[in-house]
Each structure stands twice: as C-alpha cells, then as structure tokens.
Ligand binder design. Sequence first.
Ligand code: NDP
Length: 483
Amino acid sequence: QLATIGVTGLAVMGRNLARNLARNLAPDGQRVAVHNRTAARTTALLEEFGGDGDFVGSESLEDFVASIERPRAIVVMVKAGEPTDAVLDELVPLLDEGDIVVDAGNAHYTDTIRREAALADRRLHFVGMGVSGGEEGALRGPSIMVGGSDEAYERLGPILERIAAQVDGTPCCAHVGAGGAGHFVKMVHNGIEYADMQLIAESYDLLREVAALEPAGIAEVFRDWNDGDLESFLIETTADVLTHTDPDGTPFVDVVRDEAEQKGTGRWTVQSALDLGVPVTGIAEATFARSLSGHGEQRAAARAAFADAPAAAGDGPGDGAGEAFVDDVRAALYASKVVAYAQGFDQLAAGAREHGWHVDLGQLATIWRGGCIIRAQFLDRIREAYAEEPDLTTLLTAAYFADAVRDGLEAWRRVVATAVRAGVPVPAFSSSLAYFDALRRDRLPAALIQLLRDDFGAHTYQRTDREGTFHTDWAGDRAEQRM
Ligand code: NDP
C-alpha cells in the first residue's frame, strides 16, 4: 500500500512531524513514508517510534518517492537555506506533474517565492509552510501557516488540520495565501515572539533591580500574571524557568551567560519591515537587544570606563519595591505588548498588500491561539477585534486594546520613568511608549525634518494650508515657489 504523504529530513522537527502524521493517519489505515539523507535517522525512527503508526521507510530518495501515492505530497524538513535547494535539486527530477512539495523548514519567504516559481515551471506545486511550536509542537500539534496554491491546500489541508493544535475545536492551521505567504507570516510570528520575550525580560529586570525581588519571587509574580489577561505560554514558561536552581541552590537564571542568541528570523522581520516602511519598533529593539547582549568586549569596556558613574539617580535599585510597582510593570507590559502586536500585524498587512496575498489577519490570530510559542489568551482579543472590524487601521484603536492602553498609560509612564532613573535598560518598553505617543500626537517634529531636507537638498515640502508641493530658496531671498 502506498503512503498518503512523505517526510524527508528526520532530525528533531521532521521526525516529530512524521510521528504526528503517522499517529493521525493510522486510524484510517493510511501510511507515512519517511526518508533522511543519512539513513541511520530513518532506521532510528522506525526502531524507536515505529509503533506510533504505519511508516514506510526508504534509504534512497527514489524508493521514497515511489512509495507515495500520486499526486504526491512530500514534506521537506531539512536545514533552511542551501540544504533545502540541495534536496529540491535531487527530488524534483523524480516527481510527476501535479505533485506537491512542502518546505516546512524556516525558509526566508523570498527563497520560497523563488522556489515556487521554479517548480511551477515544471508543473509542480510548491508550498512554503510555517510550522511553529518547536519540537513539542511538531509532535503534539503545531500551529501551521500554509502558503501555496488552492489546489495544493485542497489535498494537504485535511491532513494538516488533523495534526495541528486544536483550540475550541478549531484547528490551528490555515491556508494564509499563495507562494511565500506561509513563510512570511511565520517570519513575522517569530519577530513578534522576539518582542514578546524582550518585554518579559525587561519586566523581569525591573522586578529584580527596582522591586528587589529574587527570581523565585518573580516566578510567583509571573504565575499570578498568568491567571489574568497576560495568560500565555511565554509567561507560564517564564515562571517555570525562574523557579529552577542549580544543584547548589543558585537561581539558574544567574548561572547562564547573559548573551541571547538568534537564528535570524527576528533580523529578517526587521529587514522586511524596513523595506515595507512599517515601524516595528518593538521587534527591532528586541533584535538589537539580543545583538547588544552578545557584544561582550564593548560591555566590559563600558563597565570599566563608567565604573565610577552612578548607575542610578534619584530612586535607585531596590527603592521601588511594593505591590504598586509590580502592578505598574504588569500594566506597562500589557500596553507594550499591545503595541508590539499592533506593529507586527501592520507588517503582516503591508506584506500581504505588497505581494498580493489575501492574508486574513483575524484568521492568523485564530491559528496562533494554540501550538505556537506566542499562544496566548490575548490572541482571542485580536481575533475578536478583526471580526468586529476587518479593515482595522491599527490594533491599538480596537475598543478592547484602546481601553487597556488607556487604563495602563499612567503606570506605563511611571515604569519607563523609574527605569530611566534607575539605569535599568528598557528599550522595548520605552520605544513602545514613544511609538504610542508619536502616533497620537497632534503635530510631529517631522515638519522640522522636512524643512531641513528642503534647506540642504531642495527635497520640497507640502503645506498644511494649501495644496501642492513647495520649495523655499533658503540660500537666496527665501522666496517660496510652488513646484
Ligand atoms: P536541522 O535544521 O538541524 O537540520 C537537520 C536535517 O537537515 C537533517 O535531517 C539533515 O540530514 C538535513 N540536511 C542538512 N543538510 C542537508 C543536505 N544538504 N541534503 C539533505 N539533507 C540535509 O533540523 P531541525 O529538525 O532542527 O529543523 C528542521 C527545519 O525546521 C529547519 O529548517 C528549521 O529551521 C525548522 N524549524 C525548526 C524548529 C525548531 O524548534 N528546531 C521550529 C520550527 C521550524 P542528515 O541527518 O543527513 O544530516
């Protein structure tokens, strides 16, 4: 009997996805074909987890392809970048018209657009599929963002919707658009994840440095927050990791080097946002904060050079203790999070416009409620906001979020002011507040920038009181002329 679907690339993600597929397809008597460049991984999967379902293992790519029913559906789950092209180069000549190749790795969406075009020339469907939730998600139910043709989704959708996480009976899987849409959406999801984690890290820093709480106490605070509207996987996980200690009792967070790494999706998100002209300040600050943490030499030099400079003016570390401050941090975290998500969703909308994808933002919020790293109660509110107003200009003004920001505004300002005085860096908190203040400002100093540009570069400007484009002769008689 031929397999319904195949998976090639059986490292941690591919193996778990294959097991998830096999478990869900076995009750219907369907099989899953598996393959890996190094055959030992295939053998290990069959030996250790063969009982999960009905696998067909192959050592060669030819046998693997031959073991799948047509039109074939083949999931490629290998290292992103060149390895994906290497696999496609080998795989494509073995396929037949109408077959579907799914790249489930973390590809850059522009690579996906390129690969889709190349495979379309050979009458093959290429699907760029964003999979979130790490290895646990891949095994038990990820959030799946599918980019590709309608025809491909018709064949894949019923299978993917079964293996995805389910929330209130709704699968966390959707066809988000054509071509690179799935990987684009996954990229921005990861960018939002960067911002979310940075905001959590800044909250932790403030609770530790200003409120003088110990990690175990901060874990309690996060556990408490997780009972409210901040309820999310990342808040819950923060409480969990903060309770962990080294064998000698030292808080584990104190024995780990304070250098955050990145694989690149945050950087890609910011690069794309710059191209699209979308100010994703929260994601950008989060990405730069990770980068800064890795500059050990500069950090050491600055520490030495400014050893005698007081870290804090006014109320220093430890002076801000008290429940009121803890509650202020919660409100600031929530408001900053609203900004970070509003910006991320702006980027999703802008990317969709740029590439002509019909990305349904409310549907995205729906499929991110389960399976993925940013899963949170919060996403239900986003889903509701788009259900109420599909053409929302910014999430910030949706009634629920506007109320939350309005209610938290004073606390947000107090927290940022306290952090600045205490010398605790809060780039995501403060840039989110600056974004909010800028957005609601009646007049921005951008008018002055326009004048400077017109002065040194004759870049022209527009007036508030008259239609048209103007230039002033700054070096001469300062006469204004309509251009
Ligand atoms: P890795 O990214 O570590 O990739 C290892 C797999 O790629 C192995 O199966 C390896 O085969 C294969 N591979 C590498 N180079 C080649 C090549 N030139 N030709 C054929 N096969 C090759 O594995 P992960 O399971 O961690 O991730 C797989 C994909 O999923 C990646 O794109 C990753 O970004 C993405 N992803 C990962 C998540 C995670 O939490 N880890 C979450 C979401 C997506 P071999 O065994 O022969 O070396």
